[in-house]
Design a protein around this ligand. Structure first.
Ligand SMILES: C[S@@+](CC[C@H](N)C(=O)[O-])C[C@H]1O[C@@H](n2cnc3c(N)ncnc32)[C@H](O)[C@@H]1O
Length: 299
């Protein structure tokens, strides 16, 4: 069996709808992205964040997009073919051998959440930045996303909701124990960024909530629903039952408790699918995707 590259299941069209362009324009103005000429991006995937940043840095600014997976390097090269402002660099962001103090900005989106040793990567980012350089990271709290309400989830009893939430927390603990990082890294980042020596830390919340409003006419709603329905019934966006169970057990929950929560989750999934088909499911969650900006001290 061929291994799917990292994050393959996450690179769906829904990713194109994560940000409002005018919100990013506002961030670019506040953070003076237009002054950035030499940018390093960590874990660039297929270049979604690269594109958004490229539009907002100096017109002659360049991005070195580091990515470990060969297939995504090829995707970045295709996406930016003929554009010499983007250079794809295959490498591991936990062991970069790049010249220090050369970048105006080090940036990433939904990457630190996958790493075991985030302080080490922030430390390297600090070294790679020129004095006064900008750290700009976009990371989520996906635990909050997993337990966010929809009109279907809201019909659970308090006890059922608690069982599902406990299962997802055990899942998060299990992922962490396997060295797969913290999907809720946004919660930790303020302390970690300050501890790495950065100053002037600011946090911003993405202003595009994930909304599902019947009859779901917008492109972003249709993309989100396509992702939802594409997952096999009774499975989650992240993994099938067996993989969720593996992490849940590693996270300290026993199988019988997991089974009870899984039955509730499966029922929610079936009812959600029916509600989507019947155009009755309603939701609006924060998305819980944050931007953190901080600077290396000028001297
Ligand atoms: C969720 S994706 C995000 C991709 C892109 N930043 C975006 O927002 O569309 C995480 C990416 O980080 C890459 N990645 C994870 N660990 C890495 C490492 N140690 N070195 C380089 N790339 C890594 C993965 O291959 C994947 O493409």
């Amino acid at each position: 069996m061929t291994r799917e590259p990292h994050s393959a299941a996450q690179f769906t069209p829904a990713r194109d709808h994560w940000w409002h362009a005018d919100f990013l324009d506002l961030m670019a103005k506040r953070l003076d992205l237009g002054a950035c000429r030499n940018v390093l991006e960590l874990g660039a995937g297929k270049g979604h964040w690269t594109s958004l940043i490229l539009e907002r840095i100096a017109p002659d600014g360049r991005i070195t997009a580091v990515e470990r997976e060969r297939r995504w390097i090829a995707a970045i090269e295709r996406r930016f073919a003929g554009n010499d402002r983007v250079r794809a660099l295959q490498g591991d962001i936990t062991s970069l051998a790049l010249e220090p103090r050369q970048y105006d900005m080090v940036t990433c989106q939904t990457v630190l959440m996958h790493l075991q040793n985030v302080p080490a990567v922030l430390h390297d980012a600090y070294d790679l930045l020129a004095p006064g350089g900008l750290l700009l990271v976009s990371e989520p709290d996906n635990f909050a996303n997993r337990i966010s309400l929809t009109s279907v989830v809201a019909s659970l009893t308090a006890e059922q909701f608690g069982q599902v939430a406990a299962m997802w927390w055990a899942f998060e603990k299990g992922r962490e124990s396997h060295g797969l990082g913290e999907e809720w890294i946004a919660v930790r980042l303020p302390a970690l960024i300050n501890a790495a020596g950065f100053t002037g830390l600011k946090a911003y919340h993405n202003d595009r909530p994930a909304m599902l409003a019947p009859p779901y006419t917008s492109k972003e709603e249709r993309a989100a629903i396509t992702d939802w329905l594409a997952a096999p019934a009774h499975e989650t966006d992240v993994a099938g039952r067996e993989e969720v169970l593996r992490f849940v057990l590693a996270g300290g929950m026993d199988e019988a408790t997991f089974d009870r929560a899984w039955v509730i989750l499966s029922a929610v999934d079936a009812r959600s699918r029916a509600a989507l088909s019947g155009r009755t499911l309603s939701s609006c969650t924060g998305g819980n995707l944050y931007l953190f900006a901080a600077r290396k001290p000028a001297r």
